[in-house]
Design a protein around this ligand. Structure first.
Ligand code: ACO
Length: 327
């Protein structure tokens, strides 16, 4: 492995303006603000206006990240978009983003659900470290609201739309990616899936009438796996980065459920004030979740120069991933 120091050169985020509160949801499905708040910690989420695609959010976040890295789109030599809500099956959302931001470079999507951003960061880090690329734009972006059954109270209260982006490149003064770790267990694929619309079950009137093109989830099973895999990911990435758990200043977890975050912190003995939380405002933004949380943690001064940071996520696949960064 080369000695090149690779890290994050710039960050960006974009959240749609429209806020959907738990009280709004009370008028749409048989739920209450009290149930959603106590079971998940979520109070509101952002939802796009009709006609807005994942690439629109991604391009807004990308432009800010490129600007904050003091680069131009012409400097970007690879675009990776992590998403489970692509604009369409083909072309990739990354190609559409490339055109929207005015870049000219290799572009592709990855599918690792809510673990998508740390998966993308690991790929970007490896490719810059190899010397093959200089500035890689890694984006986590979702319009989950297009894939949610708004009549299913067990899922529609959980998700939100948003996007975040990071430019990965060689660093000289902090922001180093110290270690990454990726995991997956395909035997648990059925716990969380959008069953129809692909080659296994192509879309038909029947699949649409049965709602098979929407997110389906066995919530309590996902909950248990989430706690177990996030503990595993934090343990492994700190071992690889050669830092002790007590030396981590800020944990940036996937924002699915406050009770999951409490359970992980409790099991590992992590003081909860070190865990960054914004799920109350945005819900679960899938691949956008960890990158938007990192963006906000930096803006709020919770991640500052020399902070040891761990990004950790889990999602459909099942997948899980972690990245250790020295800011
Ligand atoms: N409002 C009111 N009641 C509800 C709602 C709702 N929105 N949703 C479910 N209920 C009811 C259920 O019908 C059930 O009623 P019953 O006891 O009469 O059958 C009761 O509440 C309890 O349901 P559970 O599913 O057992 O509730 P639980 O405490 O497990 O919470 C939840 C459900 C929030 C989904 C939780 O299991 C969870 O967060 N799981 C993890 C989900 C997750 O993280 N998913 C994202 C993964 S990331 C990715 O890749 C997209």
């Amino acid at each position: 492995m080369s000695n090149r120091r690779v890290g994050i050169l710039g960050l960006g985020a974009y959240l749609p303006e429209k806020v959907l509160t738990n009280f709004d949801l009370e008028k749409m499905v048989d739920t209450t603000d009290e149930w959603i708040t106590t079971r998940t910690g979520i109070r509101e989420r952002r939802i796009v206006e009709k006609g807005t695609a994942t690439s629109d959010l991604a391009a807004r976040a990308a432009k800010e990240a490129i600007q904050s890295a003091k680069l131009t789109p012409a400097d970007i030599d690879l675009i990776i978009v992590a998403t489970i809500s692509p604009d369409m099956l083909m072309p990739s959302t990354a190609c559409i983003v490339q055109e929207k931001i005015g870049a000219k470079c290799g572009s592709f999507d990855i599918s690792a659900a809510c673990s998508g951003f740390p998966y993308g960061l690991a790929i970007g880090e490896g490719l810059v470290r190899s010397g093959a690329y200089r500035h890689i734009l890694v984006i986590g972006a979702e319009v989950t609201s297009s894939f949610i059954n708004w009549k299913d109270r067990s899922t529609c209260v959980l998700f939100g739309d948003g996007a975040g982006a990071a430019v990965v490149g060689e660093v000289h003064d902090g922001h180093d990616i110290l270690a990454t770790y990726l995991g997956a267990d395909g035997s648990q694929a059925k716990l969380l899936q959008i069953p129809a619309g692909g080659s296994a079950i192509p879309p038909t009137t029947e699949t649409i009438n049965s709602g098979l093109h929407f997110v389906q989830m066995e919530g309590s099973e996902v909950f248990k796996s989430a706690v177990r895999t996030m503990v595993d990911a934090i343990t492994e990435v700190t071992r690889r980065a050669n830092i002790k758990l007590g030396e981590i200043d800020c944990f940036i977890p996937h924002q699915a459920n406050l009770r999951i975050l409490n359970a992980v912190a409790e099991r590992m003995g992590i003081p909860f004030e070190k865990v960054y939380v914004n799920l109350d405002r945005y819900g679960n933004m899938s691949a956008a979740s960890t990158i938007v949380a990192l963006y906000e943690a930096v803006k709020e001064g919770k991640v500052k120069k020399d902070s040891n940071v761990v990004l950790v996520a889990f999602g459909s696949g099942l997948t899980w991933a972690a990245c250790a960064i020295r800011w």
